[in-house]
Write a protein that binds this ligand. Structure first.
Ligand code: C2E
Ligand code: CA
Ligand code: CA
Ligand code: CA
Length: 275
């Protein structure tokens, strides 16, 4: 209420001060987190909607802070991006993920999130090339996930980088489709191989007719462009049934599996070396 105004203001002011200081501490700690062994990877299965077969895994980064415990990537990734620490962390994720995936049976794929800072860094293509050679992972089993917002800072440079990555044989997925603001032209201008529909649409697909119409049209768009579509954040049978009825290609979400250490999925990934 209005009478609390002043006190509330002071409270937020105080809290904001702490947050700024907190951020600087986190920023510093992030620079050492990989070397200190505080980072680890979890994997989430991606399945074919029609058959339920696991086709790959998205790798998601986890930071176990010595005092704070688990820090959400939604909190630390933006800080790592701003400070530049994402370059070193992202390289570690890419290398570790490709190393893991190289031991999975063909053709299981690994999807790695790549942020704008990485895409615009001078040696990104060389890094991907090097990691593929070092790990022996076949390029077509690596998919990099990029959001539209990662492309807008320097679209010309982003396009050149993505073309070179694609020339290596690596696949490129547009992440969080529907949350950007110029999705359609981006789909035409950039060499994407897959569209990932944002969870905010999937959540309401079985309960909201407008949302269902939007998802149907994205699926039509994918068909028209020859791009497979993956629905993210699938949590219920009803959502999956909708996607199956509408011929969505692939799905990912708690219903099929929560992100977990790769050991959890050994029934899919064990044994056989690549080729
Ligand atoms: P994202 O790339 O969109 O990843 C999907 C997020 O949705 C993950 O959150 C995952 O745990 C969550 N999720 C998966 N299925 C479900 C579901 O059925 N329901 C709900 N409610 N959520 C689901 P997470 O792991 O917290 O990651 C958050 C974001 O942090 C990611 O969003 C991605 O943008 C970023 N991120 C994570 N790892 C990395 C990384 O290695 N590099 C970069 N650059 N970003 C990363
Ligand atoms: Ca992603
Ligand atoms: Ca996403
Ligand atoms: Ca729902």
């Amino acid at each position: 209420a209005k009478s609390e105004g002043r006190g509330t203001y002071r409270f937020f002011e105080h809290k904001m001060g702490v947050q700024v200081r907190d951020r600087r501490i986190l920023e510093h700690e992030l620079r050492h987190a990989v070397a200190r062994g505080e980072m680890h990877l979890v994997y989430q299965p991606q399945t074919q909607v029609e058959t339920g077969e696991v086709i790959g895994f998205e790798v998601l980064l986890r930071w176990h802070h010595p005092e704070r415990g688990a820090v959400s990537p939604a909190v630390f990734i933006p800080i790592a991006e701003e400070s530049g620490a994402i370059l070193q962390i992202g390289e570690w994720v890419l290398r570790q993920a490709c190393r893991d995936a190289a031991s999975w049976p063909n053709p299981l794929a690994v999807a790695v999130n790549v942020s704008a800072v990485q895409i615009h860094a001078p040696h990104f293509v060389q890094l991907v090339h090097e990691v593929l050679l070092q790990t022996g992972l076949k390029p077509d089993r690596l998919e990099i996930e990029i959001t539209e917002t990662a492309l807008i800072r320097d679209p010309v440079r982003a396009l050149s980088t993505l073309r070179q990555v694609k020339a290596l044989g690596v696949h490129i997925a547009m992440d969080d489709f529907g949350t950007g603001y110029s999705s359609l032209s981006n789909l035409r201008s950039f060499p994407f191989d897959k569209i990932k529909i944002d969870p905010s649409f999937i959540r309401a697909v079985d309960t909201n007719e407008q949302t269902a119409a939007i998802v149907r049209s994205v699926l039509g768009l994918g068909r028209g462009l020859g791009l497979p579509v993956l629905a993210e954040g699938v949590e219920t049978d009803a959502e999956l049934r909708f996607l199956a009825a509408e011929n969505c290609d692939a799905a990912q979400g708690y219903l099929m599996g929560r992100p977990a250490p790769i050991e959890r999925f050994s029934q899919f990934t064990h044994g056989i070396q690549d080729e």
